[in-house]
Design a protein around this ligand. Structure first.
Ligand SMILES: C[S@@+](CC[C@H](N)C(=O)[O-])C[C@H]1O[C@@H](n2cnc3c(N)ncnc32)[C@H](O)[C@@H]1O
Length: 247
């Protein structure tokens, strides 16, 4: 692991001026992107595995190589930990046998989260560890709090924890969370000392970068997610798709 990781380079100096509008929009208009069939299948397998565990759920969203999933499973033997990442390459790296209470899934979170909410999953802990920052101002839409999926992340409930080496990312996420839920997250500096939970945390810390963390306790609130209207149902039917299920 190199200890010369570059700090965030951004043309933004403060919370993005469009953030409030993006969150308002995400709360008002449903996300229309269809869910990929292969993600439905992957989700079903994860759902079956979770049922065999009968334990409270921890999600490690964007788990990369899955080291944090393994570590969280060791730290929480009475929880079931699911790590999700879209990168087959990262998930495929061998980091030893998975603990029995851990499960890794290759999936796009934008689909997986919607399926999880529709299936009634309730997260006890939900980690977003070092999400891609998309630091250019023009890429606000790609940050999780600027994305239409944002209400779904919040609706799943539980103790949500986000970590980043970019303070502004965490401040924006906190502001967006408060706007959507009325609940103010706690934001503080994070010092992993010699116990980094993830490879990205390790490399940023080893490079002397400051790390930031947001923690918020959220109720499960599916009603945060805007409902699909009759127009969408009609369209799904016209396309020959089942109008049932997920938004
Ligand atoms: C910066 S890496 C951090 C990985 C890990 N959490 C860590 O701290 O070492 C961000 C991860 O999020 C994953 N990711 C980004 N967007 C995703 C999406 N839409 N669905 C699933 N995974 C995603 C990427 O594949 C990548 O592994």
């Amino acid at each position: 692991m190199h200890a010369n990781s570059r700090s965030i380079v951004t043309n933004q100096t403060e919370v993005h001026q469009d953030l409030h509008r993006r969150v308002e929009r995400a709360l008002a208009y449903p996300l229309r992107k269809p869910i990929a069939e292969h993600t439905r299948e992957t989700f079903c397998a994860a759902d079956e595995w979770l049922a065999t565990q009968s334990k409270p759920l921890i999600l490690d969203a964007g788990c990369g190589v899955g080291l944090s999933t393994r570590e969280l499973a060791r730290q929480h033997p009475n929880h079931a930990v699911i790590g999700i990442d879209r990168s087959a390459d990262r998930l495929g790296r061998h980091h030893g046998v998975l603990p029995a209470n851990a499960y890794l899934v290759r999936a796009d979170l934008v689909d997986f989260w919607r399926l999880a909410l529709a299936a009634g999953w309730q997260t006890m802990h939900h980690y977003l560890l070092y999400p891609n920052p998309y630091p250019k101002a023009a890429h606000l839409k790609s940050r999780w709090h600027g994305h239409p999926i944002f209400p779904v992340i919040l609706a799943l409930g539980g103790r949500l924890e986000v970590r980043s080496n970019w303070r502004l990312y965490i401040e924006e996420f906190a502001q967006a969370t408060e706007q959507a839920t009325g609940i103010q997250p706690r934001v503080d500096e994070h010092d992993p000392m010699d116990q980094s939970l993830t490879p990205f945390e390790h490399k940023y810390h080893a490079s002397g970068q400051r790390l930031w963390r947001l923690v918020v306790e959220l109720p499960r609130r599916p009603e945060l997610v805007p409902a699909t209207g009759p127009r969408d149902t009609q369209r799904s039917v016209r396309q020959g798709k089942s109008a049932k299920g997920i938004r």
